[in-house]
Design a protein around this ligand. Structure first.
Ligand code: PBG
Length: 329
């Protein structure tokens, strides 16, 4: 007796069939658009290594937020460029800081837009590290606990300005618990925490450091960001952040760590976000500008791959392009 032949190609023979059996359906509903806010008014300065992305003053930024909202993008994540940097990143947690003001402006202009804020000291410290430094030169170390105190202050100031979600990206130990406690103590129980739980020490952050002017002035971030060779350790980081009260967990960067997105998705029942970072964006843009790849096709493929791996939320500089392309589909 012979069995009927299974023919996988049968379901690929027309777009209608391919669409019917498609496993991963992409939409703009999980997009988060990263934006950089600087002091002043009327300022829009393009970041040379990230075509289309700019440092902007709050008034200009709000114009772009309206555009993003009209395209159906549900959320933005804000990074701040302070007027002055100092050892302790003071401008990161004052009520009159650039990010705090931008949050208020966005909430007023587009109340439906979800505002996420990056909680980290590196953009605000004169040395460019993500925490407070103790000790001199070769003995210099990031002091974990004093840093956490400042991060909690920063998260609270963002919540007070109207942020819906705070996203600690520093990788200090215990920061999620400290932030949760501080938010709850001030009646911000509804402000969620998206933790950069598995954040790798990556060369793909290069262009971001130009955009955020946050390159470390000495040393690197190896003592607090994860070793690209490790994956079991990422699950431990995620477990810890969840125990401390994280609501959403993030893997970053995205493409070189799709296996991690998948493992985290399988192991935990919480929303998983992935950050398609600056270097990943810059590579696509540069190759597309040279006519070496089809930008739309590649970007949609990348977005699909990140979602197929298991991330339902994707932070990407391509958010507006994606939303436009998805609308046209
Ligand atoms: C740290 C932070 C970084 C990014 C987001 N938050 C840089 C770093 O860790 O050096 C990188 C994002 C990107 O490359 O797009 N506050």
């Amino acid at each position: 007796m012979s069995f009927p032949v299974h023919r996988p190609r049968r379901l690929r023979s027309s777009e209608a069939l391919r669409s019917l059996v498609r496993e991963t359906r992409i939409s703009a509903a999980g997009l988060v658009y990263p934006m950089f806010v600087c002091p002043g008014s009327g300022v829009r300065a393009e970041v040379s290594s990230m075509p289309g992305i700019a440092q902007q003053s709050a008034d200009k930024l709000v114009e772009e937020v309206r555009e993003a909202a009209d395209l159906g993008i549900p959320a933005v994540i804000l990074f701040g460029l302070p007027e002055h940097k100092d050892e302790k990143g003071t401008e990161g947690y004052i009520a009159s800081g650039v990010v705090q003001r931008a949050i208020e402006a966005i909430r007023k202009a587009r109340p439906e837009m979800l505002v996420i804020t990056d909680v980290c000291l590196c953009e605000y410290t004169s040395h460019g590290h993500c925490g407070v430094i103790e000790g001199e030169k070769s003995a210099a170390k990031i002091a974990n606990d004093p840093t956490i105190e400042l991060l909690a202050k920063m998260a609270l100031s963002h919540a007070q300005a109207g942020a819906h979600i705070v996203a600690p990206s520093d990788m200090m130990d215990g920061r999620v618990a400290a932030i949760r406690k501080r938010l709850d103590a001030n009646s911000f129980e509804d402000v969620a925490i998206l933790s950069y739980a598995a954040k790798y020490c990556s060369g793909f952050y290069g262009p971001f450091r130009e955009a955020a002017q946050s390159a470390p002035q000495f040393g690197d971030r190896r003592s607090y960001q994860m070793d690209p060779a490790n994956s079991r350790e990422a699950l431990k980081e995620v477990t810890q952040d969840l125990e401390e009260g994280a609501d959403i967990i993030m893997v970053k960067p995205a493409l070189p760590y799709l296996d991690l997105i998948h493992r985290v998705r399988e192991a935990f029942d919480v929303p998983v976000a992935a950050y398609n970072v600056s270097g990943e964006y810059a590579m696509v843009k540069a190759a597309a500008q040279n006519g070496w790849i089809d930008e739309k096709r590649v970007t949609l493929e990348i977005f699909t791959a990140i979602q197929r791996a298991g991330a339902s939320i994707v932070l990407t500089y391509h958010a507006k392009d994606l939303a436009r392309w998805l609308k046209a589909c």
